[in-house]
Design a protein around this ligand. Structure first.
Ligand code: NAP
Length: 292
């Protein structure tokens, strides 16, 4: 752990957030293709075949350059649970360019371009003007929010608490997000554009609950939480106080029915359609059953 060895640092793909929902899938897919990979995180974990871990902390810029050294490409998962991600992403892009990184793919979120001046919009603008070949991926809500993210623990208690009303979202599989990122990092998909990513159909939270219950073998229901009460609950569950209103605002977009449209980025980058919620749920059924 720590600084990767000389051999590891030659011509690798550097994956920030390399132990997270998208990063570790990107790393696994790259390693499966025989591509050299370095995964960065505060607690980067053990090495795996083809994957070298490195310590990198967004809050400690002194840790960035050792990780960037020798990277051919960079996947940027911005600091998580941070409201204004623009300043650190802008600084990371400057450091990456100085280190000679040859291409950069930045994780944003669907709708960022519709919020001019927002942190993700400014991070995207910096990506476009970074001086490196670039791409932006803008996924909608992850299916994995129900298996490893914000709703995973409560699913095992048979509920999904979300202030989304009857609003629907076209949840996207993190496996598809990772496949898009890999296509961009390896040159299989064109750079110089943003890819909006969604799954193949929009589901309400009640439909998500039904789809999970159908495979998990226990009842799951959607609790349509009051937005203010929900913010308090997620803060009590550990979400930072300044980030909870952002999450509630984003779920408000779903509630208003303004996030249900489909996007074609998965097929545009990979040539194949995105996976369905039913396929995702079938993969996760055993782990939901075990955890309940
Ligand atoms: N979930 C959704 O529905 C959704 C939808 C659209 C966009 N997004 C975006 O996706 C991003 C999260 O990506 P993800 O789900 O792939 O990641 P994730 O599962 O939230 O994992 C975060 C990763 O970043 C690392 N990390 C956290 N804080 C760090 C720090 N201070 N310094 C260095 N590394 C740090 C973590 O490892 P350590 O803790 O060991 O450092 C981990 O590897 C968020 O920015 C969110 O805006 C999410």
């Amino acid at each position: 752990m720590g600084t990767p060895s000389e051999e590891d640092t030659m011509d690798h793909h550097l994956i920030l957030g390399g132990t997270g929902t998208t990063g570790r899938r990107v790393a696994r897919l790259l390693a499966g293709r025989g591509e050299p990979v370095v995964t960065a995180a505060r607690t980067p974990g053990p090495a795996a075949p083809g994957v070298a871990p490195v310590h990198l902390d967004w809050d400690e810029p002194a840790t960035w350059d050792p990780a960037l050294a020798g990277a051919r490409s960079l996947y940027v998962v911005p600091p998580t649970l941070v409201v204004d991600v623009a300043p650190p992403v802008i600084l990371m892009l400057e450091r990456a360019r100085a280190a000679g990184v040859g291409r950069v793919v930045v994780l944003s979120a669907r709708g960022a371009e519709r919020a001019p001046g927002s942190p993700l919009d400014r991070a995207e603008a910096a990506t476009r003007s970074s001086g490196m070949p670039w791409a932006v991926v803008r996924p909608t809500w992850f299916m994995q929010n129900f298996s490893e993210g914000i709703h995973a623990a409560e699913i095992t208690r048979g509920r999904i608490s979300a202030p989304t009303g009857e609003g629907a979202a076209p949840f996207v599989d993190a496996e598809d997000i990772a496949a898009v990122v890999v296509a961009l990092l390896t040159g299989d998909a064109p750079l110089g554009r943003a890819y909006d990513l969604s799954g193949p159909s929009a589901l309400t939270m009640a439909e998500v609950a039904d789809a999970i219950a159908a495979v998990a073998g226990f009842p799951v229901r959607h609790d349509d939480a009051d937005p203010d009460a929900w913010q308090v609950a997620v803060r009590e569950a550990g979400v930072p106080a300044d980030y909870a209103p952002l999450l509630a605002m984003l779920y408000g977009v779903v509630r208003a029915g303004a996030d249900a449209h489909l996007s074609d980025g998965v097929v545009a980058a990979t040539g194949r359609p995105p996976g369905s919620f039913a396929a995702f749920a079938a993969r996760e059924a055993a782990s939901w059953r075990r955890a309940a």
